[in-house]
Design a protein around this ligand. Structure first.
Ligand code: ATP
Ligand code: MG
Length: 396
C-alpha cells in the first residue's frame, strides 16, 4: 500500500440542507472521532463538503477498516496533501506510479477547485502524465486504466489519490433518534439492528430470556451479538427481561395454538413500556413477512394491536438469503447460528395458529392477571451495557 498522509472523507446521503446538514456533519464528525479514539495523533479538519484527517504516521490499514464501518460516509480516499504547485503535484503523481509497480496502465484525472491555479485541468493532466511516461514503463489508458490518479487542486493545497474506497453509506448513527429493538439470538434481529443504525437511529435492545429453560450460554450469545453490532454506535444497552413466569402462565392458560401469539403480545406490551421509559419513539423487530407462523399478516396484525407505539420492521420484505448475506458481511452470522435455545424454541408448539384473531387472543388473556406479571418483569429487568470492548474481554 502506498504511504499516504491524509484521509479525505466524502459525506453520504446529504440531500438535506441548512440545519439538517449541519447536524449530519456534526454527528458524523463525532462518530468518526469516537471510532478512531485510540489514535491520538490524528488531526481533523472539516470543510463544507469534506473532512480531512491527517494521519501523522498512524496505521493506515486499521484506520481504513474502522472508517469502512461508519455510516454517513459515502466514500473515502487515502491521499497525499501537497502545496498547490505543479512541481510538487507532478512529483507526487510519479511517486504514486512508482510505488505501484504491479500496474501497467494509468490515467490522470485533475480537477481544479481553485480556478486561479495557472494551469487548466487538461494541462495538469498532460504535465503529470508526461513525467510518468518518461520515468516508468507505464502506458496511458483513458478507458480502463489500472491506476487512476486523481488530483484535486484547491487554493493552497492539492490532494492526490489513486483509490476511492466505498463507505458504508446511510446516515450518521444517532442523528435520527432512538429505537428499542427486540433482540433475539437469531439471524434476523442483529441484521435489523444494523439496518436501523444505518438509517441514523441509535438502537437499544430488549431481550426476553426464560431461565432456567434458556441457559447462560443463550443469554451470553445475545450479549455477544449486541457487542458486535454496537461497534457501529459505540455501545448498546441491552434490557434483559426474565420472561419465565409469564411464559409458563401463558402455556397453562392459552394452550398450544395461541401460545406464541400471546407470548408475542406480551413481549410487545413490555417493549412498549420499556421504550417509553428509555425515550425511544418506536420499537423494532427482525420480522420478515411469512417467515414463520407468527409472521403472517394476520399474526402481525393481532400482535401489533396491543400497542400504539410505531413498530419498525427493517427486514419485512427481505428474503432469508439476503438477510443471511448481510449477517455474514457484518460478522454476526457465525454467532447467530450457535445452537442455543431461545425462549420461543423452548415452548415451541406443534401447531401454532397462523391466522389468529384479536378476539380469541383477548379471550385467552382474560383468563389470567397478566398486567401484574408484566410490571414484575419490568421491575426486575437487568441492563447490560454491550460494547466491542466487552466482547474482547470475554475472549481474553
Ligand atoms: P431472529 O432470527 O431475529 O430470532 P426469527 O426468524 O427467529 O428471527 P422469531 O423468532 O419469530 O423470528 O422472532 C421475530 C422477531 O421477534 C425477532 O426478529 C426479534 O425481533 C423478536 N424476538 C423473538 N424472540 C425474541 C427474544 N427472545 N427476545 C427479544 N426479541 C425476540
Ligand atoms: Mg428467533
Amino acid at each position: 500500500m502506498v504511504n499516504y498522509d491524509t484521509v479525505l472523507i466524502r459525506y453520504g446521503e446529504l440531500t438535506t440542507k441548512g440545519k439538517n446538514r449541519k447536524d449530519f456533519i456534526r454527528q458524523l464528525d463525532r462518530n468518526i472521532r469516537r471510532t478512531l479514539k485510540d489514535y491520538p495523533d490524528l488531526k481533523y479538519e472539516r470543510t463544507y463538503d469534506r473532512m480531512y484527517i491527517r494521519l501523522n504516521g498512524e496505521d493506515q490499514q486499521e484506520i481504513r477498516n474502522r472508517l469502512e464501518r461508519v455510516f454517513g460516509i459515502s466514500s473515502f480516499s487515502f491521499t497525499e496533501k501537497v502545496p498547490s504547485d505543479i512541481e510538487e503535484i507532478a512529483g507526487t503523481c510519479l511517486r504514486i506510479a512508482q510505488e505501484n509497480p504491479e500496474k501497467h496502465t494509468f490515467k490522470i484525472i485533475a480537477r481544479r477547485h481553485d480556478k486561479n491555479f495557472p494551469m487548466n485541468s487538461d494541462a495538469i493532466n498532460r504535465r503529470c502524465a508526461s513525467d510518468i511516461l518518461k520515468n516508468t514503463g507505464y502506458k496511458v489508458d483513458v478507458h480502463q486504466p489500472e491506476l487512476a490518479i486523481q488530483i484535486e487542486v484547491h487554493k493552497d493545497y492539492t490532494y492526490i489519490t489513486s483509490e476511492k474506497i466505498p463507505g458504508a453509506g446511510g446516515y450518521p448513527t444517532g442523528i435520527n433518534g432512538k429505537v428499542l429493538l427486540l433482540l433475539s439470538g437469531g439471524i434476523d434481529s442483529p441484521v435489523a439492528a444494523y439496518e436501523l443504525m444505518k438509517r441514523g437511529l441509535t438502537v437499544e435492545a430488549i431481550h426476553f430470556a426464560a431461565p432456567p429453560y434458556t441457559s447462560d450460554n443463550a443469554r451470553q450469545k445475545v450479549i455477544d451479538l449486541a457487542s458486535m453490532i454496537s461497534e457501529y454506535q459505540g455501545s448498546m444497552n441491552v434490557h434483559v427481561i426474565n420472561f419465565t413466569n409469564l411464559q409458563l402462565k401463558i402455556y397453562e392458560k392459552a394452550g398450544d395454538a395461541y401460545a406464541i401469539t400471546l407470548m408475542r403480545r406480551m413481549m410487545f406490551r413490555i417493549a412498549e413500556r420499556v421504550a417509553v421509559m428509555q425515550n425511544c419513539l418506536a420499537i423494532a423487530t427482525g420480522e420478515s413477512i411469512g417467515q414463520v407462523a407468527s409472521q403472517t399478516l394476520e399474526s402481525i396484525a393481532c400482535i401489533n394491536s396491543v400497542i400504539s407505539i410505531p413498530v419498525i420492521r427493517p427486514l419485512i420484505c427481505q428474503d432469508k438469503n439476503e438477510i443471511i448475506s448481510i449477517a455474514r458481511k457484518i460478522g454476526t452470522y457465525v454467532t447467530s447460528i450457535l445452537p442455543y435455545e431461545d425462549c420461543c424454541t423452548i415452548f415451541d408448539p406443534k401447531n401454532p395458529v397462523t391466522k389468529p384473531t384479536i378476539k380469541k387472543a383477548q379471550d385467552y388473556e382474560s383468563r389470567f392477571e397478566y398486567e401484574k406479571m408484566i410490571e414484575e418483569c419490568i421491575e426486575e429487568k437487568e441492563v447490560v451495557s454491550a460494547s466491542p470492548e466487552l466482547l474482547k474481554e470475554d475472549y481474553l
